[in-house]
Design a protein around this ligand. Structure first.
Ligand SMILES: Cc1cc2nc3c(=O)[nH]c(=O)nc-3n(C[C@H](O)[C@H](O)[C@H](O)COP(=O)(O)OP(=O)(O)OC[C@H]3O[C@@H](n4cnc5c(N)ncnc54)[C@H](O)[C@@H]3O)c2cc1C
Length: 465
C-alpha cells in the first residue's frame, strides 16, 4: 500500500495501517515529515515551528495518534486560559467542580473584560447551544455572525468573546464562517465535557513528534521516503494502478491513500477526473491565511505560558521559553522567545515583514509592560497564505469522503469529510478513516477512529447522536 504525503493525515493513516500489520510505503516530497504541523531550521541554525500548534482536550483522535507514535509525553497540558485586554488587565478561564455546561461559569463571571450585559448574552447563547446538544436547528445555512446577531449577542460580546475564540479555532472571520462549525467548537471544547478546553502544547519542536511514525512503518517492513514527489496518479479500467514519481519511477500498488492538500491533489490527478465527482467541488474550497511572528527578547517579558489578546491584531502570544519546543532558540537563558499567532490574517498578507514586526512589537508592549524596555534581538515572520481551507457556509458539502468509489484509491487530509474544521484533529481523523476504508476494501476491516469525549453533567441529557 502507498500513502502520498507525510503530514498528519498521511502519517496517521500509515502508522494505523502499519499497526494493523500492513506494509506501507509513505512518500513525502519535503526532506522532513509533519506537513503544515512541522518545524525546521532557520539559516542561523535556530529551530522554529512552522507556527505554534495547539491541541485541545476534545481532540481525541490526535491524542490517540500521539500515544500510538510514543509522543504523548511530549505534550504539556494547561487547564487555565489567560486573556489580556487593551490595558493589559488579565482574566483567566478555568473549570470548576460544577457539572457541564456550568463548569466554567464561575471564572466566566469574574472575567473583567466583559460587562454584565455581555456576560448575560453569552451565558444565554451558550446555554441555548448546550440545550440543543450542540446542534441548534436555526444554524443551518447561516454564517456565525448572523447566528450570533440573531441570537441577541451584544457587539462587545461578539468582539471580545465569540470572535476571539472562533477566529483562532477556525482560521476564518465570523462573517464567512458556517455557524455549524462555530457552534460545534463551543459544544465540544467548552460545554459538553469539562476537559474539552484543556490546551495541549508540544514541549519539543513539532518535527520531533513524528520519529515514532518512521519506526512503526519500518517495523512492519515498510518504508518512509522523504524527497519523493509524486508527479501523477494513474488509473486503469476505473481503478487505481500506479504512481509516477518526479524521478521518472513508476510505482505499482494494490491501493493508495492520497493525503496531500486539496489543490495539490487536483494537480496530480488525470485531467479528465478533476471535474468529476468526488473531486469536482474541490476548486470551490477557498483557503485562509495564518501569520506566525517569532520574537526573541533579551529578557523575560511574559510570566504566563500563553496569553490571548482582546481588541488586538495579535490573537495569541506563546511563551516558548516556558512551554518548551524550541526554548533553546532564546539564545540566552535570561532572554525570552515568544511566538505570536494571527489567524485569518488577510490584512497582513500584503504587508512587509518589517511592518508586521513593528505592529506586533507595539501590541506586545501594550499588554506586557516589561517588553517596553526590552531589546528585540531577532524576529521572523512566517506567512502561510493558504494555511487551511475556509470553513465558509456550504463548504462541508464540497468535502469528499475518504472512500472515493474508485477501487484502490482513498483520500485523506484535513479538507476531506471529517465533520471537523481544518485542524490536526481533523487531519488525523481523516487518516484513520482512510485507513479504515482501505482495510475494508482489502477485506480485513478494522476500526482506528476513537470516540469524542463523552457529554457530561446536564449535557449528557441534552447530547444528540
Ligand atoms: C500556520 C498554521 C497554524 C496552524 N495551527 C494549528 C493549531 O494550532 N492547531 C491545529 O489543530 N491545527 C493547526 N493548523 C492546521 C494543521 O496544521 C493542519 O490542519 C494539518 O497539519 C493538516 O495536515 P494534512 O496532513 O491534512 O496536510 P499537510 O500537513 O499539508 O500534509 C500534506 C503533505 O503532503 C506533501 N505533499 C504534497 N504534494 C505531494 C506530492 N506530490 N508528493 C509527495 N508529497 C506531497 C506535503 O509536503 C505535506 O507534507 C495550522 C496550520 C497552519 C498552516
Amino acid at each position: 500500500m502507498i500513502v502520498i504525503g507525510g503530514g498528519l493525515a498521511g502519517l496517521s493513516a500509515a502508522t494505523a495501517l502499519a499497526d494493523a500489520g500492513v506494509r506501507v510505503i509513505l512518500l513525502e516530497k519535503r526532506p522532513y515529515l509533519g506537513g503544515r504541523a512541522t518545524s525546521y531550521a532557520l539559516p542561523d541554525g535556530s529551530h522554529i515551528d512552522n507556527c505554534q500548534h495547539v491541541t485541545l482536550g476534545c481532540c481525541t483522535n490526535l491524542a490517540d495518534f500521539y500515544r500510538r507514535v510514543g509522543a504523548e509525553s511530549k505534550i504539556r497540558h494547561y487547564d487555565r486560559l489567560f486573556f489580556a485586554d487593551k490595558a493589559g488587565r488579565v482574566s483567566s478561564i478555568y473549570s470548576s467542580p460544577l457539572p457541564p455546561p456550568f463548569h466554567m461559569g464561575i471564572s466566566f463571571l469574574r472575567f473583567s473584560a466583559l460587562a454584565y450585559r455581555d456576560k448575560r448574552a453569552i451565558a444565554e447563547g451558550m446555554l441555548r447551544i448546550a440545550r440543543a446538544g450542540g446542534k441548534p436547528s436555526d444554524s443551518d445555512g447561516a454564517t456565525m455572525l448572523d447566528w450570533l446577531r440573531h441570537d441577541g449577542q451584544t457587539e462587545v460580546a461578539i468582539a471580545r468573546f465569540w470572535r476571539v475564540v472562533l477566529v483562532s479555532a477556525l482560521n476564518e472571520e465570523l462573517e464567512r464562517t458556517d455557524a455549524r462549525y462555530g457552534i460545534d467548537v463551543f459544544w465540544k471544547a467548552f460545554l459538553a465535557n469539562r476537559r474539552g478546553y484543556v490546551v495541549g502544547i508540544p514541549s519539543v519542536p513539532l518535527g520531533e513528534l513524528y520519529s515514532g511514525c518512521r519506526q512503526a512503518v519500518e517495523g512492519r517492513g515498510g518504508e518512509v521516503r522523504t524527497r519523493a514527489t509524486v508527479r501523477s496518479i494513474q488509473f486503469a479500467n476505473g481503478a487505481f494502478r500506479s504512481l509516477l514519481l518526479d524521478d521518472g519511477t513508476e510505482m505499482r500498488a494494490d491501493a493508495c491513500i492520497a493525503a496531500v492538500p486539496h489543490d495539490l491533489l487536483l494537480e496530480i490527478l488525470p485531467e479528465e477526473m478533476r471535474e468529476r465527482p468526488p473531486f469536482a467541488n474541490l476548486r470551490k474550497l477557498r483557503t485562509s491565511p495564518i501569520t506566525g511572528v517569532h520574537l526573541w527578547y533579551d529578557r523575560k517579558v511574559l510570566d504566563k505560558p500563553f496569553l490571548t489578546l482582546l481588541d488586538h491584531t495579535v490573537q495569541w502570544i506563546f511563551n516558548k521559553s516556558l512551554t518548551g519546543g524550541n526554548a533553546e532558540s532564546s539564545g540566552n537563558e535570561l532572554g525570552q522567545y515568544l511566538q505570536l499567532v494571527i489567524s485569518a490574517s488577510y490584512e497582513l498578507v500584503a504587508r512587509t515583514r518589517q511592518e508586521i514586526i513593528d505592529l506586533c512589537v507595539k501590541e506586545v508592549q501594550e499588554v506586557l509592560p516589561l517588553a517596553r524596555d526590552a531589546q528585540l534581538r531577532k524576529a521572523t515572520v512566517v506567512k502561510e497564505v493558504h494555511a487551511t481551507f475556509s470553513p465558509e457556509v456550504g463548504s462541508d458539502a464540497w468535502r469528499p469522503a475518504q472512500e472515493t468509489g474508485i477501487p484502490g484509491f482513498f483520500l485523506a487530509g484535513d479538507w476531506t469529510q471529517t465533520g471537523w474544521p481544518a485542524t490536526m484533529e481533523g487531519a488525523v481523523r481523516s487518516g484513520y478513516l482512510a485507513a479504515e476504508a482501505l482495510l475494508n476494501f482489502a477485506g480485513t476491516p478494522k476500526k482506528f477512529t476513537v470516540a469524542d469525549l463523552p457529554a457530561e453533567g446536564f449535557c449528557e441529557r441534552w447530547a444528540k447522536e
